[in-house]
Design a protein. Structure first.
Length: 252
C-alpha cells in the first residue's frame, strides 16, 4: 500500500504503479494500463519502453504486449537470498526434498497472501525446476498459507474468514465456519493439508516456522501429485517436515 504523504518523486511513483499492474495480470498492453491507471498512452508507452530497456519488462513481438523481464527475477532472487530465514532454511529444505522425493517451498506471510521465497527439488529431478520466487497466493486455499493463517489472533481469523473467498477447485474452502474449523484442526495437529484446494491434482503438507518470540516467521510445505500423498504416507511426511523445522527454529 502506498504511503502517499511520503512520496517525494511523483514520476517514480507513476512508473512503479505501472510495474505493479503486472502483479494481477502477467501480460498487458499500453491501452489496458492507460485505462486502468487513467494515464496518457504516450506516458505509459515511454515508461514501458524504459523498463524494457532495463530488462524489467519484455515485449511480445507479435501481440505488442508486455510482461515481466529477467531484471525483475534478478531483484526477486537477491531479495530471497538476503532473507536470513532463506539462508537458514534452504539446506533443510533440500534434505526434505531428497528424503521425500518431492518439492519443498518456503513462504512468508504478507497481509492476506503468502509470498514464496524459494523452493527445493529432489536431487534427481532438476528437470522439474521452475521459478517460484516472488509468486503470491492467497492464504486460505494453500497449505503453506493455512499453516500461517491458523496462528493469527481469533479476531483476525474471524475477519479473514468473513471475506468473500474465491473458489479455485471443488475442494476450496469458502465457507466461513468450515474455514475456522479447518484452522482449529491445523493448530491441534500442528500441520496444514492442502487437499487439492488451490490446484487440482496437487496436495501439500505444510508447517509454520516460529521465531523465539513464538511468532510465525514463515512456513514450509511439501508438495506433489495427489496420488503420491496417500493417507498412509502423510504421517511420514509430517514427521520429516517437523524434524527439519525444529532444526530451523533452533537457529533463528
Amino acid at each position: 500500500m502506498t504511503k502517499h504523504n511520503e512520496v517525494k518523486v511523483k514520476s517514480l511513483q507513476k512508473a512503479l504503479e505501472i510495474l505493479n499492474c503486472f502483479v494481477d495480470k502477467p501480460t498487458l498492453g499500453v491501452t489496458e494500463i492507460s485505462e486502468k491507471l487513467d494515464l496518457y498512452k504516450s506516458n505509459v508507452h515511454n515508461i514501458l519502453s524504459t523498463f524494457e530497456a532495463m530488462d524489467f519488462l519484455e515485449q511480445d513481438p507479435e501481440s505488442g504486449k508486455y510482461r515481466l523481464g529477467i531484471g525483475i527475477f534478478s531483484l526477486c532472487k537477491s531479495l530471497g537470498d538476503n532473507f536470513s530465514i532463506t539462508k537458514i532454511a534452504l539446506p533443510y529444505m533440500q534434505e526434505i526434498s531428497n528424503s521425500s522425493n518431492e518439492r519443498a517451498y518456503l513462504a512468508i506471510p504478507q497481509e492476506d497472501e503468502v509470498i514464496y521465497l524459494d523452493s527445493t527439488y529432489p536431487a534427481e529431478s532438476f528437470n522439474l525446476m521452475r521459478t517460484i520466487i516472488g509468486e503470491r497466493a492467497k492464504m486460505y486455499c494453500t497449505g503453506i498459507g493455512k499453516a500461517m493463517l491458523a496462528y493469527l489472533s481469533p479476531a483476525e481469523i474471524d475477519e479473514y474468514a468473513s471475506r468473500e473467498l474465491e473458489k479455485h477447485t471443488e475442494n476450496t474452502i469458502t465457507d466461513k465456519q468450515k474455514l475456522i474449523e479447518e484452522l482449529a484442526t491445523i493448530r491441534q495437529n500442528g500441520y496444514a493439508l492442502d487437499n487439492m484446494e488451490h490446484e487440482f491434482g496437487i496436495k501439500c503438507i505444510a508447517m509454520p516456522i516460529f521465531n523465539k518470540r513464538q511468532q510465525v516467521e514463515a512456513a514450509i510445505s511439501i508438495s506433489g501429485p495427489s496420488l503420491r500423498f496417500s493417507d498412509e504416507r502423510i504421517p511420514e511426511l509430517v514427521e520429516l517436515l517437523r524434524a527439519n523445522i525444529r532444526k530451523i527454529q533452533s537457529r533463528i
